[in-house]
Design a protein around this ligand. Structure first.
Ligand code: MN3
Length: 200
């Protein structure tokens, strides 16, 4: 039986102020992220009960709930970890080299990522795609629409309105700028190195 649990934030709720307020982080983590964890558990319970009963009439919608809520849980987990109060710098080392190789420069990557974040109805992701063996920026709608299917998320930016509206109103660009004041490349670099080790 699946029983996913909400991990604690890796820092205090007020740790990313003034860029992201304590109030937004509290709602975002305790209510929204918790909701995706609960939704995933509930969908898995439905699927398991249906396998036992042999009545699959509600399994199609439950499977949709797995990708929506499961992806929501996964991406929020990455999002919290790729920010920190010590963040705000540029990537270094292996991932920085790969970004330069793939996009031409860090600035070119960042401009494209910001365009993804401005366009998305969900998330902007930097992913390592195991099919092409390349880095890509990806525009994600909701939590699960727009994926490259070989993707391993490296860096995640949540641009759902619950992520910024209380702090920035409709000025999403100001929130995207604020994200780069707290972005922490340590976890993304580890995720990139793990993906490369698996697939190259
Ligand atoms: Mn969110």
């Amino acid at each position: 039986m699946a029983n996913y649990e909400l991990p604690s934030l890796p820092y205090d709720y007020d740790a990313l102020e003034p860029h992201i307020s304590e109030q937004v982080l509290t709602w975002h983590h305790d209510t929204h992220h918790q909701g995706y964890v609960n939704g995933w558990n509930s969908a898995e319970e439905t699927l398991e009960a249906n396998r036992e009963s042999g009545d699959f009439s509600s399994s199609g919608s439950a499977l949709r709930n797995v990708t929506h809520n499961g992806s929501g849980h996964m991406l929020h987990d990455l999002f919290w970890k790729n920010m920190s109060p010590e963040g705000g710098s540029e990537p270094t080392g292996t991932l920085a080299d790969r970004i330069e190789e793939g996009f031409g420069s860090y600035e070119a990557w960042k401009g494209e990522f910001e365009a993804a974040a401005s366009n998305a109805s969900g998330w902007a992701l930097l992913v390592y795609d195991s099919f092409s063996e390349e880095l890509h920026n990806v525009v994600v709608d909701k939590h699960d629409q727009g994926a490259l299917w070989g993707s391993h998320p490296i860096l995640a930016l949540d641009v759902w309105e619950h992520s910024y509206y209380y702090d920035y109103g409709p000025a999403r660009g100001d929130f995207i700028d604020a994200f780069f004041e707290v972005v922490d490349w340590e976890e993304p670099t580890e995720r990139y190195e793990q993906a490369v080790e698996l697939f190259e």
